[in-house]
Design a protein around this ligand. Structure first.
Ligand code: FE2
Length: 275
């Protein structure tokens, strides 16, 4: 059992002191997906982001980072452009954006995104489209590719960008969400952007489908967070095949937080006290 990955303990999902560490260890030095360039077409409509450096992929995706100390884009997301270059994102117009708060830690949402064990039970409509028995996740240095059917690697593009952004091209359109952390560890803000090249009617049909999946996840995350905060769930062992995406990103968080701790020479007793 030694070689199996364990989950982060529940305290990591409920600690505001840990969030302060994550701000510096995880969010500051990452590349965040802002969206395809089509998000920024109307000069009169401000789209607010803080950008210290930015990068645009050949296929039209725009990324930003908040620190000059972040690894160069090509190193941070090595191999990513081979995947994103399959889609011309400049051909997908921005159709709608929505944003709302959820009562869960940002990692609770990413936990759910990074595995599909819950899909069959939680997402009956999605599971009809992509039967979860084939589902697999391939992890790279700072991103994961989800493959719904390994026999059809070109059907749909599902990507997770460490730490908080996702990109989902399927069902004729594309959605992207960011799970924004907050100083209250049990609260996050969800920001969704929707892109589609079809008619209004086609877009609305697509929108209804993807919103259904998002609402199902939202409910699951709020319930999971309740259990984390009440002490119902502590920590456990991750399934090495079906939860390798969760293991990957949680290990990245754990490593980044511990490295910051060592760099700042903070006594181990402090780490023990907040976790
Ligand atoms: Fe889900």
């Amino acid at each position: 059992m030694e070689s199996l990955s364990r989950t982060l303990p529940a305290s990591w999902f409920c600690s505001s002191a840990l969030y302060q560490l994550e701000r510096r260890a995880v969010f500051l030095k990452a590349w965040h997906l802002l969206g395809p360039v089509t998000r920024f077409q109307n000069r009169n409509t401000p789209v607010l982001y803080e950008i210290a450096q930015s990068h645009m992929t050949p296929s039209g995706l725009l990324f930003a980072t908040l620190s000059m100390d972040t690894l160069p884009f090509e190193e941070y997301f090595a191999g990513l452009e081979n995947l994103t270059n399959r889609v011309d994102f400049t051909k997908l117009p921005h159709r709608r954006s929505i944003s709302y708060e959820g009562r869960f830690n940002w990692k609770t949402m990413i936990d759910g995104f990074q595995e599909c064990l819950h899909c069959q039970y939680t997402h009956p409509t999605f599971s009809k489209y992509y039967p979860p028995k084939f589902y697999s996740v391939t992890n790279h240095l700072n991103f994961s590719q989800h493959i719904a059917d390994p026999c059809k690697p070109d059907d749909g593009l599902f990507l997770y960008f460490f730490p908080i952004c996702t990109l989902n091209v399927y069902g004729g359109g594309m959605s992207s969400f960011r799970t924004l952390p907050s100083p209250i560890p049990g609260v996050s803000r969800m920001e969704f952007d929707y892109y589609h090249a079809g008619t209004d009617e086609e877009f609305e049909e697509y929108f209804k489908f993807v919103r259904q999946v998002a609402l199902e996840d939202f409910e699951l995350c709020e319930k999971a967070q309740e259990n984390l905060q009440r002490g119902v769930y502590g920590e456990g062992i991750l399934n090495p095949k079906k939860e390798n995406g969760v293991a990957f990103y949680q290990q990245r968080v754990r490593k980044a937080v511990r490295e910051l701790f060592e760099k700042e020479n903070v006594p181990q007793s402090f780490l023990a006290s907040i976790l």
